[in-house]
Design a protein around this ligand. Structure first.
Ligand SMILES: Nc1ncnc2c1ncn2[C@@H]1O[C@H](COP(=O)(O)OP(=O)(O)OP(=O)(O)O)[C@@H](O)[C@H]1O
Ligand SMILES: [Mg+2]
Length: 328
């Protein structure tokens, strides 16, 4: 029998509700973005984000049900994100999810937002099954994850300071591109040349990353050479961080013996990173990446991750709390 999960995502600046069938098929995925609201502040303002989630959540849920052509009674599990993220923002989606679960008498399945990003790959690639290696590159995280099973993960590498998305956003601000920076750096870099030397941080005997050095270097280069071509600076930055990502992924593949590699998270929408990761594909390695619209925050990926927890009988009680720094 088909299983329908309702995903709720409100960890940052997107209010999103989705209905997903059997963890893989999107029936609806409504995303109400607050980007225009936060744009003028140059970044997400947590209090404003929470207030806007409250305003949007019922409307977005109704729209998701309508588009999927179902009623509340057809849902098998309610799956809100409970971390990591901004606590006030998380609490809106989680509280709504808990109330809904109670009202319609259907199980509550709290979802880790990071598991959601990884699950976006299950929607795009119906044949993808664990085990595989996942390079998780997002606004708040940079990790190499050994996905052992649908609900079993091992963290084998992580950033020791900034997340890669944070670095993209910071560089965008420094060169005057505004928020959200990643897509703008991506677009500008396509017109530039990677001809500026920037530091690439590697750690001996470790799969960890560090992006604070390169971030500071870009800021300094830009400051000392105000007339530098921003296109070249963006292309050089992308080139350097991608080289480090690829090198660690290669080491991780060797270490784990994985024959499948996925990427996930907002930064996996970057066109240069996608091209370079695809080049790794060979007879012994299959590469997976989510559709562009599933890379950044959306509730379909949350409903997918929720489905796999639900079928594994990982149900939560209604006292589930938001955990802003929830780990993998
Ligand atoms: N084309 C792109 N190139 C580079 N970065 C991008 C691109 N598109 C989006 N991003 C980055 O993706 C991030 C937003 O999506 P993401 O879901 O990763 O963030 P988040 O939800 O805030 O963080 P997390 O998922 O770690 O909690 C931002 O840092 C943004 O700049
Ligand atoms: Mg995210």
């Amino acid at each position: 029998m088909d299983i329908l999960t309702l995903g709720i995502e409100s960890s940052c600046d997107e209010t999103s509700v989705a209905i997903v069938k059997n963890g893989r098929e999107i029936l609806s995925n409504i995303i109400d973005t607050q980007i225009p609201i936060h744009e003028k502040y140059g970044g997400v303002v947590p209090e404003i984000a929470s207030r806007n989630h409250i305003e949007a959540i019922s409307r977005v849920t109704k729209k998701a049900l309508k588009e999927a052509n179902i009623e509340f009674g057809d849902i098998d599990a309610v799956c809100p994100t409970y971390g990591p993220g901004l606590v006030g923002a998380l609490l809106v989606g989680l509280s709504y999810g808990k109330a809904l679960s109670y009202a319609i008498n259907k199980p509550l399945v709290g979802v880790n937002h990071i598991h959601g990003h990884i699950a976006a790959n299950y929607i795009t690639h119906k044949d993808l099954k664990p085990p595989f290696l996942c390079l998780l590159i997002s606004g708040g995280n940079t990790q190499i994850v050994h996905v052992k099973d649908y609900t079993s993960f091992e963290l084998i590498g992580k950033t020791r300071d900034d997340a890669i998305g944070e670095a993209f956003d910071k560089i965008a601000r420094v060169v005057g591109l505004g928020y959200p920076g990643g897509p703008k750096v991506d677009a500008l870099a396509r017109r530039g040349l990677p001809n500026i030397e920037l530091p690439k941080t590697h750690f001996e005997n470790s799969l960890d990353f560090s992006f604070s050095g390169i971030k500071t270097a870009v800021i300094n280069v830009n400051h000392k050479n105000p007339d530098i071509k921003k296109e070249d600076l963006c292309a050089s930055f992308e080139n350097a961080v991608t080289e480090v990502l690829i090198e660690n992924v290669k080491k991780a593949l060797k270490q784990t013996g994985c024959t499948k590699l996925a990427i996930a998270g907002g930064v996996s929408a970057n066109s240069y990173i996608r091209t370079e990761v695809l080049k790794l594909e060979s007879d012994s390695l299959k590469v997976y990446m989510p559709d562009m619209k599933l890379c950044t925050d959306n509730a379909a990926m949350i409903a997918s991750a929720g489905y796999f927890k639900f079928v594994n009988k990982e149900i939560n009680e209604l006292d589930l709390n938001a955990i802003p720094n929830l780990k993998l």
